[in-house]
Design a protein around this ligand. Structure first.
Ligand code: AMP
Length: 223
């Protein structure tokens, strides 16, 4: 099954795609993670996108489409994938369709996590992650089980994203509303869009997504 998790920054795409990855063996393809890895390694791509990301702007379609194309061609994507953070423009959505067609793959569902802006700002302000394995946490909603120790890998080092600062978040939300949300009608017309209430707590959202996937499988079987 190939999925897109669609929604504004802070909607829970990263958290939910981690669950889907663990539960269904799907491969998480998070373009933001790919770019952050490029920035940390100091690669030419990293140097090219660093400032754009720090300002909360979108990286150009041409860079992003190339990046995803290379990743989707790797054999593990055949197991089924969850896209987190791509597409972010209509041009990327259209390019994704072409890419999948070339690889004889298809998109099964686009799951939109609907969350209002005030909630997003609250969520982003408190989030942090393990510096070693990337597991995500939150000051109010998802603390490590043992204070200061990562549940997954035991590391004691945590980081906060540079672009989670309030002024950058405002820019990222603006980019979502102006450039990303306009792809929703494209997916609606194709009949693959399902909207989930992303305001609910993490487990409830995960449950709703699972229901969507089950329904999707039923449809696939009948068809
Ligand atoms: P994310 O981790 O998905 O919130 O992405 C972090 C940042 O990476 C975004 O604010 C953008 O600057 C950049 N980025 C990630 N994915 C894309 C994309 N598909 N198109 C354009 N920029 C992207």
């Amino acid at each position: 099954m190939n999925l897109v998790l669609f929604g504004p920054p802070g909607a829970g795409k990263g958290t939910q795609s981690e669950f889907l990855q663990a539960k269904f063996g799907l491969v998480k393809l998070a373009t933001g993670d790919m770019l952050r890895a490029a920035v940390s390694s100091g690669s030419p791509l990293g140097r090219q996108v660093q400032d754009i990301m720090a300002k909360g702007h979108l990286v150009s379609d041409i860079i992003m489409i190339n990046l995803l194309q290379q990743r989707i061609r790797l054999p593990d994507a055949r197991r089924g994938f969850i896209l987190d953070g791509f597409p972010r423009t209509l041009a990327q959505a259209e390019a994704l369709d072409r890419m999948l067609e070339d690889e004889a793959m298809r998109l099964d569902a686009v799951i939109e996590l609907k969350v209002d802006d005030a909630k997003l700002i609250e969520r982003i302000a408190g989030r942090f992650s393990c510096a070693k394995c990337g597991a995500g946490y939150h000051d109010s909603f998802r603390q490590p089980k043992m204070a200061g120790i990562c549940d997954v890998c035991g590391s004691k080092e945590f980081i906060r994203r540079e672009d989670d600062k309030a002024e950058t978040v405002a820019q990222r939300l603006q980019a979502y509303h102006k450039k990303t949300a306009p792809s929703l009608p494209y997916y609606k017309r194709r009949g693959v869009l399902v909207s989930v209430d992303g305001m609910a707590d993490i487990d409830e959202v995960a449950h709703q997504i699972e229901e969507v996937l089950r329904a999707n499988k039923k449809i696939a079987k009948k068809g």
